[in-house]
Write a protein that binds this ligand. Structure first.
Ligand SMILES: [Ca+2]
Ligand SMILES: [Ca+2]
Ligand SMILES: [Ca+2]
Ligand SMILES: [Ca+2]
Length: 266
């Protein structure tokens, strides 16, 4: 699957999971990460050989796939290097890494939970007092249909304040027989992520998908926690899998979102 397709399916999930995010997809005015090219290698090809021939370096791989995020040599424009990489005998596809931004519509117009800001201590009552929001979501109607039992909802967003008392009962923990054992510094389940027993942070590449606190006026900090709050209110028995793919500033890229979606799907 080409990265664009992967990103577009990723986009759909990200949009559902986080309502306020948009993807700059209009051809012509797309924005891309400077100095980066995303390649898909042919089966069996090795990235070191491609890097050697093109003087690129690997920033990241989507584990379990042939997709790599590469850094171009210093001073070399990504557009030019994409063309060069495309001609490489081991490269199936080469594309630029689109910037994905968040207009944060819901994050800033709604009150509480946690008030557009990643800090614990807000009560469920604060959250439930947002009647206009719940009218919009037709909460009562939805609640009667399903409570979300046995459903895992991946929240690909700014992270989650998992210390929030209203979310504590809903956090996902990997309970599969081959689950990664927490805190032993070993990647027990062999997915390339060490100790990913309760989600992953694809922004900082660590096993702690906690929100980072930042100014609620200028950032989207708290958005993931807010969205998780809506989801658990709609489906009180579901479990939330926190995946951090957006920093508090709200700007990430297609590769990071794609890596997050691949992880959620696995
Ligand atoms: Ca792992
Ligand atoms: Ca482990
Ligand atoms: Ca895992
Ligand atoms: Ca982290």
């Amino acid at each position: 699957m080409r990265l664009r397709n992967l990103v577009l399916s990723a986009l759909l999930i990200a949009l559902i999971a986080s309502s306020g995010f948009s993807f700059q997809a209009a051809d012509g005015d797309e924005e891309f990460r400077a100095g980066e090219v995303v390649v898909e290698l042919k089966p069996g090809a090795i990235i070191e050989a491609v890097n050697e021939r093109n003087r690129t370096t690997t920033i990241q791989q989507i584990y379990g796939t042939n997709f790599y995020r590469l850094k171009t040599p210093s001073g070399k424009k990504e557009k030019k290097w994409r063309k060069r990489l495309k001609k490489d005998m081991d490269v199936l596809s080469a594309s630029l890494n689109p910037v994905v931004t968040s207009p944060s519509l819901l994050a800033r117009v709604t009150v509480s939970f946690p008030d557009g800001f990643a800090k614990p201590g807000f009560t469920l009552a604060d959250f439930e007092s947002q009647n206009a929001l719940f009218d919009l979501l037709r909460l009562e109607e939805v609640k009667q249909r399903s409570r979300g039992r046995d459903v895992v909802v991946a929240v690909i967003d700014t992270g989650i304040d998992y210390t929030h008392p209203a979310l504590a009962m809903n956090l996902w923990k990997d309970a599969r027989s081959n689950a990664d054992i927490d805190n032993d510094r070993i990647d027990n389940d062999g997915d390339g992520l060490v100790d990913d027993a309760h989600g992953w942070d694809f922004v900082d590449n660590d096993n702690d998908p906690m929100e980072t606190a930042a100014d609620p006026e200028t950032t989207v900090a708290g958005h993931g926690t807010f969205i998780a709050g809506i989801i658990t209110t709609l489906a009180p028995e579901c479990r939330i899998l926190p995946i951090r793919a957006f920093p508090a500033g709200g700007t990430t890229d297609g590769f990071t979102v794609a890596a997050a979606v691949k992880y959620a799907a696995d």
